[in-house]
Design a protein around this ligand. Structure first.
Ligand code: SPD
Length: 373
């Protein structure tokens, strides 16, 4: 047996020590068999991660958030520990400008060829050259209702032509309070929605518009029974919320869950005549991600037509994959709440990035709204 000299033992110990010190000092181990993903809640089916892990041997740690505000704060603070995050494109615009993401290595993403050029063009507006973002799914902010309960609560009052009135006109929403009214729990969601209802630019940069929006919100505050960006799904399923300002797919999840669990609640995601607020939630790799090769493998896996289609089939959001359409089940593919038709698409409001000043204003007004001040 070869004898290990004392000096070799010292060198080895020093090397291990230095490596450990390097890691503790912020350097990152490269691509162990793990991938840390931070995504919106209720945005994936159970099979997708399992199949990816089985095929690649990469273990996925998967955490959830339910607002862009939460994700943004983590990214700005840095050292998130995540390899993939999924901001909406208008927030990603700020994060790209701030240098918080790394450029994609497109040679590792051959499935980019499957993506719809129209969606890529939308994303290129905030991510020139599509260098940082790959769309996960897209949808729109809208109004969801429990049809029977809303009809009963409105009584002789007919449904308004503009369904945003249900949420923001006291004449309607005060009647719906009795069956439960929920609003998304974020200023960046509710301010654009109320401005759009008021006929203003949803992403206005005009102070006066926000002052006017605050007054509209104040008038409906007594009728709002819940602020929620994820729990409202089950509240709709159980029947304790009859009107939600929420996200298209989440409302459709509630609809399907109510059918599957036979709660008897008839839930519908409405497509407003004057449009919903579109979002493109998109994957990106944080600057300091440790497992970059695994992140690319995951992105490429998601862009397989069958995988993107299975996301849509399970969470009722549209995918950006032109090759996936044939794998989307007909009742989802033909559901305009999931894939609005071309006329409806023309009415939809595209997302816009807002600077810090307006985002702060949104948060201030929203906090006043929530606390009833
Ligand atoms: N349950 C998934 C919800 C995803 C919503 N993302 C919306 C961002 C809108 N600005």
């Amino acid at each position: 047996m070869r004898k290990v000299s004392k000096s070799w033992g010292v060198v080895k110990a020093l090397t291990i020590g230095l490596l450990a010190a390097g890691l503790a000092g912020g350097a990152v181990a490269q691509d162990s068999k793990v991938l840390n993903v931070y995504n919106w809640s209720d945005y994936i089916g159970p099979d997708v991660l399992k199949n990816f892990e089985k095929e690649t041997g990469i273990k996925v740690r998967y955490d959830n958030f339910d607002s862009n505000e939460i994700l943004h704060a983590k990214l700005v603070a840095g050292k998130t520990g995540y390899d993939i995050v999924v901001p909406s494109s208008n927030w990603a615009a700020l994060q790209i400008a701030g240098g918080l993401f790394q450029k994609l290595d497109k040679s590792k993403l051959p499935n980019l060829k499957n993506l719809d050029p129209d969606i890529q063009a939308q994303l290129a507006k905030v991510d020139p050259g599509n260098d940082h973002l790959v769309n996960w799914l897209w949808g729109y902010t809208t109004v969801g209702i429990n049809t029977d309960k809303v009809k009963a609560a409105l009584g002789s009052e007919p449904m308004p032509d503009n369904v945003w009135e249900l949420a923001f006109n006291p004449k309607y929403v005060s009647k719906l309070k009795s069956c439960g009214v929920s609003m998304l729990d974020a200023g960046s969601e509710i301010l654009p929605a109320v401005l759009h209802y008021m006929g203003k630019d949803a992403y206005s940069t005009n102070q006066a518009d926000y002052t006017a929006a605050a007054a509209v919100l104040k008038a409906v505050r007594p009728s709002v029974t819940l602020f929620s960006s994820s729990g409202y799904i089950n509240d709709m399923v159980s029947g304790s919320v009859c009107l939600a300002v929420g996200w298209s797919g989440d409302i459709s999840i509630a609809r399907q869950r109510a059918i599957d669990t036979k709660t008897g609640q008839k839930i519908e995601a409405l497509v407003p005549k004057n449009g919903g607020l579109i979002f493109f939630d998109s994957m990106a790799i944080p600057k300091d991600a440790a497992n970059v090769a695994n992140a690319h493998a995951f992105m490429n896996y998601i862009m397989r037509p069958e995988v993107h289609a299975s996301l849509t089939n399970q969470v009722f959001y549209a995918n950006p994959n032109k090759e996936a359409r044939k794998f989307v089940v007909p009742e989802v593919a033909n559901n305009p709440a999931v894939f609005p038709n071309s006329e409806q698409m023309k009415t939809m409001i595209a997302p816009k990035a807002l600077g810090n000043d307006i985002r702060r204003l949104q948060t201030r007004i929203f906090t006043q709204f929530k606390t009833g001040r």
